[in-house]
Design a protein around this ligand. Structure first.
Ligand SMILES: Nc1ncnc2c1ncn2[C@@H]1O[C@H](COP(=O)(O)OP(=O)(O)OP(=O)(O)O)[C@@H](O)[C@H]1O
Ligand SMILES: [Mg+2]
Length: 244
C-alpha cells in the first residue's frame, strides 16, 4: 500500500479536483484497490464522489479511535474506489491532534487500512497545521498543485523548505495546475519547470463539480482526462522507484 497526499499550503489551487481525478486513474486505469480519504471539513471530495454526509458528525471519531475507519468506509459509483467521507466534525481535527499528542496517529490508522487497499489518496485542507504535520509524516509521496503565479510558487517553496528543515524524507511532486498556456506568466513558468506535469485550465474539469464525477467517467478521451492520467503515471513511476 502507498499513501499519496494531495496537499498545498495555499487554498483553491485544485487539490480536491486533482485528488478525485487521480483516484479515478488509480482505480480504473491502474486497477488498484483505491481509497480516497477526505481530510477536509469542507467535504468537497466527498461531495464530488456522490457522498452526502450532511448532518453527520463522525469523521473525526476515527482519529480519536471512537469509531473504526472500516465502519465509515463507503463504496462509490466507481469500481475499486472507496471513500472515507469528511464532515464538519473535522473542523476540530487540528485541536484533536494537538490534544492527543500522538504524532503518528494518521500514519497508524493508514497502516490498519493497508490490507484492504493498494493506494490511499488523502485530500488535505490547505495550511501548515497539525493535520498537515500528520500528513507529512504519513505520506509516501506529496503531490503539490502549483498554479503558475508568484504566490502559489512561493507557497510551494515554503513547504519544501519546511520539510527540509524537519529533515523529512518524503518526496514532493509539484504539478502545474490550472494552466492557461496563452498567459505569459503561465508559459514562462512552464519553461522554467519543464519536468513538472501539467493540468490545464479547462471547462471540462470545472464540470467535475456539476457531474459529481471524475473527468475520466464522463469525458475519458478529453485532453484533461489524459493530463490526469499522465500525473497518475508519474506517481506510479515515483512509487516504483522508491521501493527498488
Ligand atoms: N484545471 C482546472 N480547470 C478549471 N477549473 C478548475 C481546475 N481545477 C480546479 N478547478 C476549479 O477551481 C475551484 C477550486 O478547485 P478545488 O476545490 O479543487 O481546489 P482546492 O485546492 O481543493 O481548494 P481548497 O483549498 O478550498 O480545498 C473549483 O471550483 C474547481 O472546479
Ligand atoms: Mg479542497
Amino acid at each position: 500500500m502507498a499513501t499519496i497526499a494531495v496537499y498545498s499550503l495555499k487554498g483553491g489551487v485544485g487539490k480536491t479536483t486533482l485528488t478525485v481525478n487521480l483516484a479515478w486513474a488509480s482505480a480504473i486505469r491502474s486497477a488498484r484497490r483505491t481509497l480516497l480519504w477526505d481530510l477536509d471539513p469542507q467535504a468537497a471530495a466527498t461531495f464530488l464522489l456522490g457522498g452526502d454526509e450532511a448532518g453527520r458528525h463522525q469523521a473525526q471519531a476515527i482519529f480519536s479511535k471512537d469509531v473504526a475507519a472500516a465502519r465509515l468506509l463507503r463504496a462509490t459509483a466507481i469500481d475499486r474506489l472507496a471513500l472515507l467521507p469528511a464532515d464538519t466534525s473535522l473542523r476540530q481535527l487540528d485541536h484533536l491532534f494537538h490534544a492527543l499528542d500522538k504524532k503518528k496517529r494518521l500514519s497508524k490508522l493508514l497502516d490498519d487500512l493497508a490490507e484492504d487497499f493498494d493506494r490511499i489518496l488523502l485530500d488535505c485542507p490547505p495550511g501548515l497545521t497539525e493535520t498537515s504535520e500528520q500528513v507529512m509524516r504519513a505520506a509516501d509521496l506529496i503531490v503539490v498543485p502549483v498554479v503558475p503565479s508568484p504566490l502559489s510558487q512561493r507557497a510551494f517553496q515554503e513547504v519544501a523548505a519546511h520539510l527540509a528543515q524537519r529533515g523529512a524524507k518524503v518526496p514532493l511532486m509539484p504539478v502545474h495546475a490550472m494552466v492557461d498556456r496563452r498567459r505569459k506568466l503561465h508559459a514562462e513558468a512552464l519553461e522554467r519547470q519543464p519536468d513538472w506535469p501539467v493540468i490545464p485550465m479547462a471547462s471540462v474539469i470545472e464540470s467535475v463539480a456539476v457531474q459529481r464525477a471524475p473527468v475520466g467517467a464522463f469525458a475519458p478521451r478529453s485532453a484533461a482526462a489524459n493530463a490526469f492520467n499522465e500525473v497518475w503515471q508519474a506517481i506510479e513511476r515515483s512509487l516504483a522507484a522508491r521501493v527498488r
